[in-house]
Write a protein that binds this ligand. Structure first.
Ligand SMILES: [Zn+2]
Length: 572
């Protein structure tokens, strides 16, 4: 037994404890004192440390693992949208047609005062799955909402606005496309379709009110954000998640987090990655404040800054060198050489990365297409070469989803860049992505094994919880089985072992937040954050790991989730 000579206030015994320590050792029991792990060993040894007030939980053979960590979520934004917006999501849900979506908007119109903004929250690439094989149009929304401004989002990169919303945003068919965005028009008539991509969305956001903070499109205040964070956290907790890195883009979200933390009501440990371009938070504001990454405490801290070079794959706006394939579902881009959208010009990117790198921040850059990945690597190369800094742990969000070449992998390794691919994408949206970027660009996609073998420390984030649920167990299942929702295996040679995948979602994710000394494994002195699973993921068929039930989740040694029907009795 290892122990810190403390009398535990809680012991969890008779389990399989996957410690995820340096040698992946397995124990039977743990002891917790004042929220920290103070004993690890056999059931008998840990029980022998008991004092008169020690609570004993019998795991009855369950598996106890470190609390899971999702290092790329949009929890505040999506949670608030899930609570407040008209839900027109189809992935993992029941919507199957545009008609169905429009009906939901019509229902909300009936109960909403004229002139009030209405928001709909849909799933990325819904057009490929709906019966009509398209998204709703401006005119369909006009028909059910002639007097309400309506904007529907389908992933972070696409808005569909009705005429009232376009009028308020002063967008006409003659409005030029903003730099880094697109106002889509019907290729035949030149009329607005209502679809707005990337920076064109900012015109609508500005119409909602420049002074009004927004989560995606939803008009929000502190109370909404707090409710959204709390709501979205509950489903994460039910999947064993105890920590997230949340991409936030408003002062309101940051304030909401701080209020929750102060009230002792923050459900998950949260590291904030603050968006500083295309955000109400100005690029210079964090630099002016002087805080650098790591500021805060184990519940809430500043994890770094975030910016997005190109558009999203789900908006078909990721920036590639080669054009997207001809696409019958996208007539507006059918007849041109369309390669996606660059949202941050090279100069702005390089100066921002450099300034934050020098100021001691960790910089997370979203780059999806190959062209954007090269821009990100070049910007990091320039900053790191000019101002070498050890252990910066800069990240490229979505690196490794595709467009992996030996040159890019070697450059990332040399620069010490952390790739953050998204197994949720591989699982959920491969058929449409394959149809518009083609199979060549998908060779070696989500190349976990290749990146690990090359010496990169890889982590993976869900980009949820709104579009893809925040569910690291599902992602461990995908990393090992390589299965999509449709049941196909994607680049099966890139499968990694279950223990590698478990490390990715625990200790490696903790490391990516500079928090590996305080969490991510079950070792003495670390935070007592655990997920208790009904069975052992290392002894489960890969395809079934995602459906393992989480029976309980603990943060600071306290039960914060218990599955109904699977409660574990405590005895003194
Ligand atoms: Zn994201």
């Amino acid at each position: 037994m290892q122990n810190l000579n403390a009398i535990p206030d809680l012991v969890l015994v008779n389990g399989t404890v996957l410690t995820v320590d340096g040698s992946n050792s397995v124990a039977e029991a743990v002891g917790v004192t004042a929220g920290l792990i103070t004993a690890i060993g056999s059931t008998n040894d840990v029980l022998s440390l008991r004092g008169p007030k020690t609570k004993v939980i019998d795991l009855e053979g369950r598996t106890l693992i470190p609390g899971l960590i999702d290092p790329h979520v949009h929890l505040a934004d999506h949670g608030t949208s899930m609570v407040m917006a008209v839900d027109v999501r189809d992935l993992y849900r029941d919507i199957t047609s545009v008609t169905h979506m429009v009906d939901r908007v019509r229902d909300r119109v009936k109960t909403t005062a004229e002139g009030t903004w209405l928001y709909g929250f849909g799933s990325p690439l819904a057009d490929r799955r709906m019966a009509e094989k398209r998204l709703p149009t401006r005119s369909e929304l006009d028909a059910v909402a002639p007097k309400h401004p309506v904007v529907l989002t389908f992933g972070a990169h696409v808005f569909i606005a009705n005429s009232v919303a376009l009028n308020l945003a002063k967008i006409t068919k003659d409005t030029p496309d903003p730099e880094g965005g697109e106002i889509q028009r019907d290729p035949e008539t030149g009329e607005l379709t209502g679809k707005l991509l990337e920076r064109a969305q900012l015109l609508v956001r500005a119409a909602i009110g420049p002074e009004i903070p927004v989560a995606y499109s939803v008009k929000t205040d502190y109370h909404h954000l707090k409710a959204g964070i709390t709501f979205a956290s509950q489903s994460a907790l039910s999947r064993g998640v105890t920590s997230v890195h949340d991409m936030v883009m408003t002062n309101v979200a940051i304030r909401a987090y701080q209020e929750l933390a102060e009230e002792d009501a923050l459900p998950l440990r949260t590291s904030l990655l603050i968006r500083i371009i295309e955000s109400p938070i100005k690029p210079e504001s964090l630099l002016n404040l002087g805080f650098y990454s790591g500021f805060g405490n184990s519940m809430l801290r500043l994890g770094g800054v975030k910016m997005s070079i190109d558009g999203g794959i789900t908006g078909k706006a990721a920036a590639f060198y080669d054009p997207y394939l001809p696409d019958e579902h996208d007539p507006a881009h059918e007849h041109e050489c369309y390669c996606g959208i660059i949202r941050i010009p090279t100069e702005e990117l390089e100066s921002t990365v450099d300034a934050y790198h020098r100021a001691g921040h960790r910089v997370c850059v979203h780059a999806i297409g190959d062209r954007a990945a090269d821009m990100a690597l070049a910007a990091f190369d320039a900053a790191i070469t000019a101002h070498p800094r050890d252990d910066h742990r800069h990240r490229i969000e979505h690196f490794g989803n595709w467009a992996l070449t030996p040159e890019r992998i070697e450059k990332a390794r040399r620069l010490g860049i952390v790739p953050v691919p998204n197994l949720s994408f591989m699982h959920s949206i491969m058929p449409p992505v394959r149809s518009f970027i083609g199979t060549d660009r998908l060779k070696g996609a989500f190349g976990l094994k290749t990146m690990l073998d090359a010496g990169l420390r890889v982590i993976t984030g869900s980009d949820g919880p709104g579009f893809f649920p925040t569910d690291p167990l599902r992602d461990i299942g995908i990393a090992t089985s390589r299965r999509t929702l449709e049941g196909d295996a994607v680049e099966p040679q890139e499968a990694i072992s279950a223990v590698q995948a478990l490390r990715m979602m625990t200790i490696d994710a903790a490391w990516s937040g500079f928090e590996e000394d305080e969490k991510g494994s079950i070792e003495l002195g670390k935070l007592a954050d655990f997920a208790i699973l009904e069975r052992n993921p290392l002894e489960t068929a890969f395809e079934d790991i995602g459906s393992i039930e989480v029976d309980a989740t603990l943060i600071n040694g306290k039960f914060v989730f218990q599955r109904a029907g699977a409660e574990m009795a405590a005895r003194a």
